[in-house]
Structure formats: C-alpha cells, structure tokens
Design a protein around this ligand. Structure first.
Ligand SMILES: [Zn+2]
Length: 256
C-alpha cells in the first residue's frame, strides 16, 4: 500500500465509528446483527475505507445517501472481512438505481457484463470496475437471511474477476487451494445441475447457469445460510471457508 493511501486511511479511521452508522447497521443489515463484536469492529474499519475510496453515483433520479453507502459497503465488506478490503481495489464506481432498471446491454459475456436476471435486472458486475445495484433490492435482501443477497452476489463476481476473467475462480495465491478448488467446485456445480430444484436445496438453481454464477450463488448461501450449506454441501462449505478465511457457522455458534 502506498504511503499516501496509508496516511489517508489512518486519518479516516482515527475518529470513532459514527453512532448513527452503527444504528443503521443494526436496524437494516441482518448479517451485521449476527456478527460477533470483534468482527463488527473490523467491519466498521473496512466499510469506512470501502465507502470513502469508491465513487458513488445515483442513477434514475436517485440521490445516494449515507444509509445506502453504509448498507452496501457493509455487505460488500462481509466478503473481505477475512481477506482485507484491498481485494476490492478493482471496483472504482458503484451506481445505484432506485429499483430494478432497464439495462442497456442485452446479454452479458461479450461486453464483459455479468447480469442478474432472476427478477428483471437487479444488478450487474462490470469487469471494468463498476457495480450497478437496485437500492430496492439491496434493502430487501439486507433485511433477511434467506440465501439471496444482491450485494454479496455482485461483489462475489468482482472477486471472481479479480484475475481478469469471470469463470467462477477468483485469484488463488495458494497452490493447494487452487488444486482443490477445481475438483470441489466442479463436483458441487455438477451436483446442483443434476439435482435440479430439489426441495430444501440451499443453493439457488440460478447457480447452475455457469461457473461464475455458481460461485456467486454459493457465496450468498455461505454467508446467509452457512449451517445449511455446511450440511448439504460440506466440501463446498469448507473450500469457501478457506477462500474467504471466515467460518460463519462458528460465528453464529459463538453468539448462542
Ligand atoms: Zn450473477
């Protein structure tokens, strides 16, 4: 990290975390309420850095508020709690629409756009460093833990694209993890594809679309429904645990 940036961050984190922001998180972000106190402190630091280092743009007449920045940043940083917020250096701009919006791109891959088409278009992760989100969907997903979370999904795509390609495999510096990744992810992906819409399946069937959607969908389940994921797909859970350097099942356990 450059010294200039280091100094900027130190200044940013010198003051206390705003009470108003803490109240917002407690009220609006279900995943936050589940975090143990020590992890909340790390999240506070990360989200302040994350929010300050991004360009925020309101679209479709929307004005980006502190609440939007705090909720989106908190959810994005859930993914980097274990890995460090620098993982998101490639994301420069976050565009926020009031609700599901009409996209200018018909389909994805050629232009490097990965779109969510589950219910209209809720969000997109662009390979050139921008993420597009519908605030209405962000807010709804933040309020409940049902294995679907637009921000987790889109930012998982960003991590995936950290090595330049959206192929369901983020940059893996650990050689052994990279080897395991291939076999574990392939097996879990095939299982979801073959199993179809099984009753009680924790993974959204949208993940059977391709490898990159699989990684995004598995990430949503890993953070929101970790116990169910660990039970139904233990191999997948453990590789995501090693990648994210987090063990959400244990975090929940320590709160009980
Ligand atoms: Zn997606």
């Amino acid at each position: 990290m450059g010294w200039l940036r280091e100094r900027r961050r130190a200044k940013l984190l010198a003051g206390p975390f705003p009470d108003k922001w803490r109240a917002l998180l407690e009220e609006k972000v279900a995943l936050y309420r589940r975090l143990p106190p020590k992890e909340r402190d790390s999240l506070h630091d990360q989200l302040r850095v994350f929010a300050a280092e991004r360009d925020w743009e309101g679209c479709g007449g929307l004005r980006v508020t502190d609440e939007m920045k705090v909720v989106i940043s908190a959810l994005a940083c859930m993914l980097t709690l274990g890995r460090g917020v620098d993982e998101f250096d490639i994301v420069r701009t976050i565009l926020v629409y009031p609700a599901a919006y009409r996209s200018r791109d018909e389909e994805t891959d050629e232009s490097g756009v990965v779109a969510v088409d589950r219910e209209g278009r809720e969000g997109e992760a662009w390979s050139h460093g921008a993420v597009v989100l519908s605030w209405k969907d962000v807010r709804r997903d933040a309020s409940r833990l049902d294995g679907r979370n637009l921000v987790l999904h889109e930012f998982a795509h960003q991590l995936d694209m950290g090595d330049g390609v959206a192929n369901g495999t983020p940059a893996l510096s650990d050689v052994r993890l990279a080897e395991r990744w291939k076999s574990v992810m392939t097996e879990a992906f095939e299982r979801l594809k073959k199993g179809g819409a099984k009753r009680g399946e924790v993974l959204d069937l949208y993940g059977a679309e391709d490898e990159s959607e699989f990684f995004a969908v598995a990430t949503e389940a890993f953070f929101e429904l970790p116990a169910e994921l660990a039970q139904q797909h233990p191999g997948l859970y453990s590789i995501l645990r090693d990648y994210y350097r987090r063990d959400p099942v244990i975090s929940i356990g320590t709160l009980a």
